[in-house]
Design a binder for this molecule. Structure first.
Ligand code: NI
Length: 257
């Protein structure tokens, strides 16, 4: 039987797919991809993600503002996002969070809109997708402070420790691993893959970024998620089919698909 994967995080709305987006999406099925979640990064890309999800059965959208662009957020944007969630192909809020590596927006501004978008997720009762780069403690603290009954979501491209992964799981999250787990020097993601039970793991590409080995340096695309799954399978000493199946099941359960 052919293996089918779910890519829990790919920016198919990104400009780098402008020349071949339709072709790429139409060939997903033949390339072993069952479903893809396209998260938004700002108002425009959220709108584009929704349009793509409307057009293709196998693509779902999340809407939200990435910490990089939180300086452009307004309460009006929150209201527009809220309207988008009425669309049944919109299954989550994201990606939202904190990025202290680039600091493209002021940290206080990032924190404010992270909280406001968590409140939106609560309001519309959808999972939220978290971006955390070099901001592990503040991300955890804010999620914990804003915690509510029904908190659930994904820590995307997880880059923190096994201990932190366990804490996020306790708060209702799944841990998504991407291209870095295939990098030779990436000890921590490999350790997370080893120690965290498969029931709490998802796989992703973060296309067009973070391309796994052996295509590192090239544009990433959803079909490369198999390299992430294969690495996890090796680390966990499981057949890759099991990793594909369980991560698909986890995804469907989280988003009630
Ligand atoms: Ni992303």
């Amino acid at each position: 039987m052919e293996i089918k994967y779910v890519d829990s995080h790919a920016h198919l709305d990104d400009d780098r797919f402008n020349d071949d987006r339709d072709e790429l999406i139409n060939s997903l099925k033949n390339n072993g991809i069952d479903l893809v979640l396209n998260p938004g990064a700002d108002l425009k890309s959220s709108k584009n993600a929704v349009n793509i999800a409307n057009k293709y059965k196998n693509i779902y959208a999340a809407i939200g503002c990435h910490p990089h662009d939180s300086k452009y957020m307004t309460y009006e944007t929150i209201e527009i996002f809220k309207e988008y969630t009425k669309n049944e192909k919109v299954v989550g809020i994201g990606e939202i969070g904190l990025d202290y590596y680039y600091d493209n927006s002021d940290r206080e501004v990032q924190k404010k809109w992270f909280r406001e978008q968590i409140k939106l997720a609560k309001d519309v009762d959808l999972p939220y997708i978290v971006h955390d780069r070099d901001a592990h403690e503040d991300v955890y603290r804010i999620i914990n402070e804003e915690h509510y009954d029904g908190t659930r979501g994904i820590i995307h491209c997880f880059s923190s420790s096994v201990e932190m992964a366990k804490e996020f799981i306790k708060l209702g999250f799944m841990i998504s691993l991407g291209g870095p787990v295939t990098f030779k020097k990436a000890k921590t993601p490999k350790l997370v893959a080893k120690e965290i039970p498969l029931e709490y793991l998802l796989i992703e590409t973060d296309s067009p970024y973070l391309t796994p080995v052996p295509y590192r340096g090239k544009r990433n695309e959803p079909s490369y998620v198999k390299y992430v799954a294969e690495e996890i399978a090796i680390i966990k000493n499981l057949p890759v089919e099991v990793v594909a199946e369980q991560t698909k099941e986890n995804f469907k359960k989280l988003f009630k698909l």
